[in-house]
Every structure is written in structure tokens, then in C-alpha cells.
Write a protein that binds this ligand. Structure first.
Ligand SMILES: C[S@@+](CC[C@H](N)C(=O)[O-])C[C@H]1O[C@@H](n2cnc3c(N)ncnc32)[C@H](O)[C@@H]1O
Length: 233
């Protein structure tokens, strides 16, 4: 597999989740007309789904390579918080077979897409859970592996996970503390919790183990990707 298959509506979602995937021309249009016009109209007429399918695969493969060494065959149960449509999970599944994937996401697209820090006020969403499920199945994840939960409506899964992943979502767009009590319930001491943050040191008070696995100096946020385990209390 070298690209993801996706219809136009899914391509529209993906560029809201990952703005860097649009062409320089479209990014210029976004600057010119603003985010609302961009997400409502421009993405409707000017997106090339096969280009987005290739670019999204390329970027997700890069993300996968940043975490691959920390995952192994014994990890069977994955939770992703704010996975977008789930390209990274497809690549994980292609590499380490037979996993179960749980997704907590949101089932709406914010009118005004904001890419900043919302703290405990977490009102942004850029997903459509039906399109997400179709995307996962179209790209070779089997239906029995997929469990999708709507953050705003569903009771969240209460089981112990081996790996919890949240790229550019938890503690990047909204406060970790929104999920901290829940994460304590669903993790074992050796559950690997991977997410992006600009305050890596803060987590030394929360977890016994905190490792910086990637530093991103090119993005506005200057975030770090951290791998944590073992809640201290
Ligand atoms: C910037 S996108 C990143 C998507 C994906 N992780 C990636 O790296 O391409 C942030 C995602 O978090 C989701 N999100 C926002 N608030 C959330 C919440 N409280 N729980 C779960 N997901 C959330 C959004 O719908 C969106 O898909």
C-alpha cells in the first residue's frame, strides 16, 4: 500500500484535520478567503482526492515511523483519541496484525475551524464517524476490529488498553485534564500513552515515565511527542 483510497468527502475532512496536506495554491486561497469559505466551499470544488490520498499516506507513514519502535506484537488493544479518519491506525494494523482499534472522536465539523489551543473548552471537531468507518474498511481494516465512539454522545469504552495514541489532539488542541481521570481508569502501569504537547515537563508530575520521542520545531506549536506510562496517583 502506498496511498489511501478515499472519496472526495473524506478528502475534505482530512485537509481540515491536517491542513499541511493541501497544495500551496489551496493554502493561498485559504489565506485569501478565510477558514470558513475554505472549509465550506473551496474544499468542495478544488480538492483532488487521489493527491490527498497519497499525501495523507506519506504523512501518516512518517508519523508511524516516529512511534514504530515503541510498539510490538504483544500490543493488541489500541485506543486513539482524535485520530481523524485513522490513517495511522491503518498503517499500524498493516504492520502488526490482529489488533483491536478503539477510536474516540467527534461527529461534527466546527463552523469556524480553529487550530489553536482550547484548554478545557473543547468545542472543536473535524470528523464524520460514518466516513471514518468507511475509510478504515476501504483501506483494509476489517469491520470486526473497529470500535468508534462519539465523545459527545457515547459511553466511552471501559477496558484496559495496551497503547493509547493521540497525535495533534490531546494536550495539543485541548487540555490533557479533560481525559485524565478516564485515562487512569483504562490504563495499566505499562500502557503506552503517546501524545503531542508543548509542556512535556508538566507530565513528570503525572507519570512515573515520560520520554520525549520527537521534537517538532517546525510547527507553530513547537510541540514534543511524548511517551508516558504509569500514572503516579
Ligand atoms: C488536528 S486533528 C488531528 C487528527 C489526527 N490525529 C492526525 O494526526 O492527523 C484533531 C482531531 O481531534 C478531534 N477531537 C477534537 N476534540 C476531541 C475530543 N474531545 N476527543 C476526541 N477527539 C477530539 C477532532 O475531531 C480532529 O479529528
Amino acid at each position: 500500500m502506498e496511498y489511501f483510497k478515499l472519496p472526495k468527502n473524506t478528502a475534505r475532512l482530512i485537509v481540515l484535520q491536517r491542513i499541511e496536506l493541501t497544495s500551496p495554491f489551496l493554502r493561498k486561497l485559504r489565506k485569501l478567503f478565510g477558514r470558513y469559505v475554505f472549509s465550506s466551499f473551496i474544499t468542495k470544488y478544488f480538492l483532488n482526492p487521489s493527491y490527498i490520498g497519497k499525501e495523507y499516506y506519506r504523512v501518516m507513514l512518517k508519523e508511524f515511523l516516529s512511534i514504530e519502535q515503541f510498539i510490538n506484537q504483544n500490543d493488541k488493544s489500541f485506543l486513539s483519541i482524535g485520530a481523524g479518519v485513522g490513517g495511522l491506525e491503518i498503517i499500524i494494523n498493516n504492520t502488526f496484525k490482529n489488533n483491536n482499534y478503539y477510536f474516540i472522536e467527534r461527529n461534527f465539523i466546527s463552523k469556524k475551524v480553529r487550530y489553536g489551543w482550547g484548554g478545557m473548552v473543547n468545542s472543536e471537531g473535524y470528523n464524520n464517524l460514518e466516513l471514518q468507518k468507511d475509510f478504515l474498511i476501504t483501506n483494509e481494516m476489517s469491520e470486526s476490529q473497529i470500535n468508534i465512539f462519539d465523545y459527545d454522545k457515547d459511553t466511552l469504552p471501559e477496558k484496559k488498553f495496551d497503547v493509547i495514541i493521540s497525535l495533534l489532539s490531546l494536550d495539543y488542541h485541548y487540555d490533557f485534564n479533560l481525559y485524565s481521570e478516564y485515562l487512569k481508569k483504562i490504563s495499566k502501569d505499562d500502557t503506552k500513552i503517546i501524545f503531542d504537547t508543548i509542556r512535556a515537563d508538566y507530565f513528570k508530575k503525572i507519570f512515573k515515565n515520560v520520554n520525549i520521542i520527537r521534537s517538532d520545531t517546525n510547527v507553530i506549536h513547537k510541540s514534543k511527542r511524548i511517551l508516558c506510562s504509569h500514572f503516579l496517583n
